[in-house]
Design a protein around this ligand. Structure first.
Ligand SMILES: *[C@@H]1O[C@H](CO)[C@@H](O)[C@H](O)[C@H]1NC(C)=O
Ligand SMILES: *[C@@H]1O[C@H](CO)[C@@H](O)[C@H](O)[C@H]1NC(C)=O
Ligand SMILES: *[C@@H]1O[C@H](CO)[C@@H](O)[C@H](O)[C@H]1NC(C)=O
Ligand SMILES: *[C@@H]1O[C@H](CO)[C@@H](O)[C@H](O)[C@H]1NC(C)=O
Ligand SMILES: *[C@@H]1O[C@H](CO)[C@@H](O)[C@H](O)[C@H]1NC(C)=O
Ligand SMILES: *[C@@H]1O[C@H](CO)[C@@H](O)[C@H](O)[C@H]1NC(C)=O
Length: 388
């Protein structure tokens, strides 16, 4: 009797299937209408509390799982765990059907070391009822939130229509994000692709991000970040910042954005800081960039304010230095192809404009504008930058 129960328990918890914890075996229905959150959390707890390595939480294909806000909580007993997303995950049909509208995140991964999220499945936040709602966009939930997850990999998945940003990475080290797609309508508000903060050693390559807002935003504490072969657009380009809001001290350094394309984006390569911030953004390279009808291909804006500008007395600024824009090709929708608008207090230092070959869609002569910016250029744009 004891033995039968024991064997049944093993079957129930999926051990007989090697190291796979299939959410269907933990009571998930996968019919797209039943709330499967509890089954996901149960499957996660079983996997996370078991020892050994190479554990997989399986979200199988041919099923649609409806999830309310939930947290996959670590640390786990296993040094490496996988979440394999093959099926579809969907959010409640609209905002009114969310169990907890106060939660800032929909699906959260917290303090999990050695986590891999992979698969060819999709996650859809059905964000439109949030986008249309009369509420601050800062109160919309993030689709996938990763916090305190060192050795994190995200591969292959597709994310649609997040209420807010699709992915946020906070307080993580050694992160690799590859071959993912993040998609939302061009006019959806505040739906960044990937937001990064307080994280070190992040590689992002071979990704497609078209979400209507920043494809990537690198916020305070983003250090050693490489972004390669991203197709960005529609949206607002790849941004460092915004940094230094409300006088905050913010630091971003060692960023390489290489071999990326911007298609019909509002901005291409952008650094934005608020007046009166502190800290720095430095050692940043944007290289081998192709632009198709981008509005502001190259822009440093030290007077950034999200709701339009007001004149403020400026007593400090996030210091910007050692920023290189090199090998840019393509077209701009505005005549102003380069705008480097730096703070009077700090000035931008060591700005390099190298091999910038951008034509305007209307065929007019490109305009470049710099203020308080020091550095050099290999083009005819030398006159824009002051030499030290
Ligand atoms: C990990 O588990 C999966 C599924 O059980 C198996 O196919 C794979 O070979 C395992 N990998 C290692 C390195 O043990
Ligand atoms: C980023 O790229 C540089 C040079 O290509 C390399 O030295 C560095 O290790 C990379 N960093 C990460 C986090 O991948
Ligand atoms: C910026 O990040 C650093 C660590 O990376 C942290 O110490 C500091 O408090 C952060 N500043 C703000 C304003 O969040
Ligand atoms: C740039 O990316 C394209 C594909 O997007 C690839 O074919 C090419 O080899 C890459 N070039 C470099 C220098 O990485
Ligand atoms: C840019 O996006 C449009 C659709 O918005 C598409 O038709 C076009 O082929 C894309 N161009 C490039 C160069 O990828
Ligand atoms: C400027 O930034 C580049 C790229 O991050 C880095 O390799 C270089 O060492 C930096 N130069 C200085 C003087 O810090």
């Amino acid at each position: 009797m004891v033995r039968v129960v024991f064997v049944l328990t093993l079957v129930h918890f999926g051990f007989v299937n090697g190291q796979i914890y299939d959410v269907l075996k933990f009571g998930a229905k996968g019919d797209g209408t039943t709330d499967d959150s509890k089954a996901f959390v149960e499957a996660w707890k079983a996997m996370c509390s078991s020892g050994g390595s190479n554990k997989t939480l399986l979200i199988p294909s041919d099923n649609t799982f409806l999830l309310q806000p939930l947290v996959f909580q670590g640390p786990c007993n296993s040094p490496s765990v996988q979440v394999q997303l093959e099926g579809k995950i969907v959010a409640p049909l609209n905002k009114a059907a969310w169990s907890d509208l106060e939660s800032c995140e929909w699906v959260s991964f917290n303090k999990i070391i050695g986590l891999t999220v992979l698969g060819s499945g999709t996650i859809n936040g059905r964000g439109s009822s949030f986008w249309e709602a009369n509420m601050p966009t800062s109160k919309h939930p993030t689709q996938l939130h990763f916090e305190g997850c060192n050795n994190l990999e995200i591969n292959g998945i597709t994310s649609f229509d997040s209420p807010r940003n699709h992915i946020s990475i906070h307080d993580c080290r050694q992160v690799k994000i590859t071959q993912i797609k993040l998609i939302a309508p061009g006019d959806s508000p505040n739906t960044d692709g990937i937001d990064i903060s307080t994280s070190i050693d992040v590689e992002i390559y071979d990704t497609i991000v078209g979400t209507g807002d920043d494809c990537i935003a690198l916020n305070n504490g983003s250090i050693n970040i490489n972004i390669t072969r991203m197709q960005c657009g529609p949206g607002h380009g790849i941004s460092v910042g915004s940094l230094g809001k409300d006088g905050e001290e913010s630091m971003v350094e060692n960023v390489q954005v290489t071999n990326c394309t911007f298609n019909e984006t509002n901005n291409g390569a952008r650094i934005k800081t608020w007046p009166n911030g502190k800290g720095y953004a430095r050692n940043i390279v944007f290289k081998d960039i192709t632009l198709t009808e981008t509005k502001n291909p190259i822009i440093i804006d030290q007077q950034y304010m999200d709701k339009g500008r007001i004149d403020v007395e400026e007593s400090s600024a996030v210091a910007i230095s050692n920023v290189t824009f090199t090998n840019f090709h393509g077209t701009s929708r505005q005549d102003e192809i380069i705008k480097i608008d730096c703070s009077e207090v700090t000035s931008c230092k060591d700005i390099v404009l190298d091999r910038i070959d951008i034509t305007t869609v209307d065929g007019k002569k490109p305009i470049v504008e710099c203020s308080n910016a020091y550095g050099h250029s290999t083009n005819a744009y030398d006159c824009c930058l002051k030499t030290q």
